[in-house]
Design a protein. Structure first.
Length: 158
């Protein structure tokens, strides 16, 4: 099984002291178990695919799945949300933008810190709007994302 949420939010019990990890890779081989909750998103690893490859593919699945669920929740309540994704040019950000659009978001906004990422996203067409802003500066970010006329009635719904 693999959790499809951040491991920073998943309680883990590691029983092998990470003996198999050389400290040189981002994947850490470990023996143990995770404690999952009723709302936890998880998937069974396919038996015919190398587990390392499965984990690479599933690495960012949690964010797009959550975005899709939140958009659908808004739609079920009669609101078509505008979705802004910080870090929209990364793996998780790109997939989250696609999930928001596919789930019925009124508008998608990608926020990126570099012009190269902005140009790539604009060319790819993954977002309705690509905003160049530093997400570490909340006031500048809010100003960049909510310029008059950019969004319908409120920053979060259409």
């Amino acid at each position: 099984m693999a959790t499809l949420v951040s491991l920073s939010l998943t309680p883990l019990h590691i029983s092998d002291g990470l003996r198999g990890w050389d400290g040189l890779t981002e994947q850490v081989p470990a023996q143990g178990h995770a404690i999952l909750f009723g709302r936890s998103i998880a998937a069974e690893l396919p038996a015919d695919v190398d587990p390392r490859l499965s984990l690479m593919v599933m690495d960012v699945c949690g964010a797009p799945a959550l975005v899709a669920r939140v958009v659908k929740d808004y739609l079920a309540n009669g609101v078509r949300p505008v979705v802004a994704v910080l870090g929209g040019a990364g793996k998780s950000g790109s997939l989250s933008l696609a999930a928001a659009r596919e789930s019925g978001a009124a508008k998608t906004i990608a926020v990126v810190p570099h012009t190269g990422e902005q140009q790539l996203l604009e060319h790819a067409g993954l977002a309705d709007q690509v905003v160049l802003a530093d997400a570490r500066d909340p006031l500048a970010l809010a100003e960049a994302v909510t310029k008059p006329g950019d969004l319908p009635t409120s920053p979060w719904s259409a």
